[in-house]
Design a binder for this molecule. Sequence first.
Ligand code: ADP
Length: 830
Amino acid sequence: MKYVKVALSVILVLVFGYIVIGEYAFVYDTPRSGFICHELPGDNWVRINDDGTREPFTLPGRAGEDVVIETTIPSDLDKDISALCFRGMNMQVFIDDVLRDEVIAPRYQLLGDRSAECYLIVNIHPDDAGKKLRVNYAYNSGYVYGVYYGTGLGIWAYIFSLYGAELFVGFIILSLGSICFIASIIYRIIYKKYLEMQHLSIGVLLGACWVLSNSVFRQFYTRNISVMSDVPFLMVMLLPIPFTIFIDSLQQRRYTKRLTFAGWMEIVVFAALMILFILGKMPLVKSFYIAALCCLITIGIIATTLVNDSVKKLTKSYEYVAVGFVVLALAGIGQIFTYVFAHNGVFSGLMMSIGLLGFLICAAIHTIKQLIGMTLSANEAMLRSKAKDQFLANMSHEIRTPLNGILGMDEMIIRESRESRIKQYALEIKSAGNTLLSIINDILDLSKIESGNFEIIPIDYDVASVLNDVLNLTRPRAQKKNLEYNLSVSETIPSVLNGDEIRIRQAMLNIVNNAIKYTAEGSVHIDVSSRDIMQGNYVELVIRVTDTGQGIRQEDREKLFKSFQRLDEKKNRNIEGTGLGLNITHRLMEMMGGRIEIESEYGKGSTFTITVPQKVVNRQPIGDFSRAVRHYLENIETDDATLYAPNAHVLVVDDNAMNLEVMEGLLADTAIRVDLVASGADCIQKVMETDYDCIFLDQMMPGMSGEETLREMHSKDILKDTPVIALTADAIIGAKENYIQRGFTDYISKPVKYRELEQVLKEYLPAAKQLVKEHAEDLPVILIWGNDPERLRLEKEKLESIYKCVCVVGNKAADRYMEKHTPYGVIHLV
Ligand code: ADP
C-alpha cells in the first residue's frame, strides 16, 4: 500500500501540473464567438428634460428620480449582436420611438412603494444599427448605469465576471450555515445539550440571506424581486442579534448585561423601523442608516467584551472565534462605509460575504474543538465510571473475603462456645458484620444502577416462594422486637409470574425491614394482592406494608428517595442504616415499570406500597397462602432437623485458607467427610481420584477461576452427576439462574451462613446419605474416661457428632461400665 500511496501522489502532481501549464503556458484556443459584450459609448447620450430640451449626459452617471436619455445605436453593428442590457428599476426601452421592452413593477407590493433594481435584456437585430435608442428610467435610485450590447451569454458572462464571486461565496455560506444549523439542532435533540453553534449558524444564515437577496443575480432565483430587495435591509437589522447571543454564551455570560442591552437595542430599533416602514413613514432604504448605526454600536459593545477578556487573558477558550469576529467586524464596517459613503453603482456584498465566511470558518474550528473536547470528556467520564464500577466490584470482593472469614469464624464461636458472655460478643460481631455486608451490597447495587449497568432479568417464578423467603428473612426480626407480624396474601394472585424475582424480593425486603426497623412497638402488616390491568397478559402485583412506627413528616417525604438520606437522624441514631434502601427500591421500581407510594402520619405509622406490573405465566390462583404460612410456621421447628451425613464426601475449593477453615468448621457437626483444596488444578486432580457427593467451588481464584475449572471438568467428563455449587462473593441476592446458565448447579453467597449451607446440602446430597436426627441415637458408643471432668467434656463435644460418648471419671467407674457394656471404642485421657 505504501507504494500505491507514493504512485498516487506522483500521478496527482503530474495531472494537475499539466492542467496548470495548459492554463498559463499554452496559447489561448477556447472559442469565444458567443461571448460578445461591449459597453455603448457613455459620452454619446443626451438627457431629454420634461420640457423637451436636451442636454448631454454621460453614462454611468447620476440623475434625479425619473430620467429619459437617448443615443444612437452604432451603425457598424456586428451581425452576431442580439441583445442590449440595461440596469435600473422601472425602465422602458424605445428604438426609433417604438417600445421594445419594459420593466414596470406592478403596484401590488405588500409594503412600501419601491421597485427593485434589476437587469433588462432587450433583443435587437442587425437592422437596428444606426437607429435612435431612448430609455425612460423611473423610480431611479439616483444612479444611471452603463448600457451593454452583445450576445445574451456574453453579457451575463461579463456581469458574472464582475459579481460572480459574491454569489459564489453567498451560496457557500448558505450551505455551511444550513449544515451547522441542522447539526446543532440534531445535537440538541440527541444529546439534549445546547451548542453555541446554533445561534452562530442562525447569524450566518441571516448573513447569507443578506448577500443572496442583495446579489445582482437575484432575478434568477426569485419570483418577486421587489420583496427580495427589502430582505437585505431586514437582515442588516437582525444580523447582530444571534451573534450577540452566540458571543454571550461563548463568554459564559460574563458580560451578559452589556450584550443583553445590545440585543434589546437591536430588537427595539428593528420593531420601530418596521412600524415606520409599514405605516409608510420611512422607506427601508432610509432606515438602513439607523440599522447600520445600531450594527456599529453592537460591534463596538462586543469589541469591548473581547478587549476585557483579552486583558483578563480569558480569550484563550475562544481564540478562533475572537479572530473570526475581528475579521467579520472589519468586513461589516467596511461594507457599511462603502455603502454609505462610496456607493456608486451596483452594491456588492462581497466584503461582508468574505467576512462572514472567515467568521464561520473560525467558529467552525472552535466548534470542532469544542465537540472533540466533549467527546473526549464523555469518553473520559465513561472510562472513569467503568473504573469506578471495577473498583467497586473489586472492593466489594476484597471486603467480603476477609468478612467471610470473620463471620465464618464467628459462627463457629457461636456454635462452639459454652460461655454465654463470649457467645454474646460473637452475636454482636455477627450482627455488625451482617450490617456491613448489606451496606456493601447496597453501595454496589446503587453504583450499578447509576452507571446504567444494572439489568432487570425477568424469569418465571413462584410467587409463594418469594413471599416465603421474605417471611423467613423478616419475621424473626419482628418477633425479636415483640412486634405483631401479619402477612395476608390474596388467594387470587396467579401462582406463577414472570419478572425479576430477585429485585422484587429485594424491594419487598427493603420496605418490610424498614417497617420493622422503624417501629418500636405495635405491628407490621404486609398485604399482598394482585389486580388485572388492561395490558396484555399482565397483572399488577401490589405489596402494602403498614406499620405503627414513628411515621414520616410531610416535609421529609421528598428526601426519602435520595441516596444516603436518613430522616430524624437524632431519633434514629441507634438504628442501623445508610439511607440507600428506599433510593434503590424507588429506582428498581422505575426500572420495572412500577412505583412506590407512601402514606404516613408522623408519630402514628406509615404505609409503603409498591405496585409492579408482572407477566402472568400461570393463572392458577396461589390459594390459601396464609394457611400455608400458618402451617409452615407451626411446623418450622420440626423442619429444623440438623444435617447428619457421615457417609457423604464433599470437596471444598477456595484459594483463601481461612475460608477453607470456615467451611470445614461449619461442616464439622454434619460429620460429612470434607476434602479441602486451594486451586482449580488441585480440584481437578481430586475429582479424578475421588467420587464426591458435592463440590463447593470458589468463583474468584487466581489462576484457573471457578468457571474455568468447571468447564475443564466438564470437558474431561470427570464430574458425572456431581452437583457443583458456586461459592461467590459478588452475588447480592439470588442470581441462581445466572449460575445455572454458567454450568453450576446452584450457588451460595459468601460469607457462607450455616443455614444456607445446610439447605443446599440437604437439597443436593443423596437422600440415602442424609441421616435424620433420630438415627444419631444409633451412633457407635465410645467410652471416654479420665480424671479431669473438664477435659472429658471437651473431648465429648469434639466427638459427639460421630459417636455416642459415654464419659466416666476415674478407673473404677470405667471398669464398672466395661463390665456391663462393650463399647465401639475406649479413649483414656491421661
Ligand atoms: P435506611 O438504611 O436509613 O433505613 P432507607 O433508604 O431505607 O434507609 O430509608 C430512608 C429513611 O426513611 C430512613 O432513614 C428513615 O428515616 C425513613 N423511613 C424509611 N422507612 C420508614 C418507616 N417505615 N417508618 C418511618 N421512617 C421510615
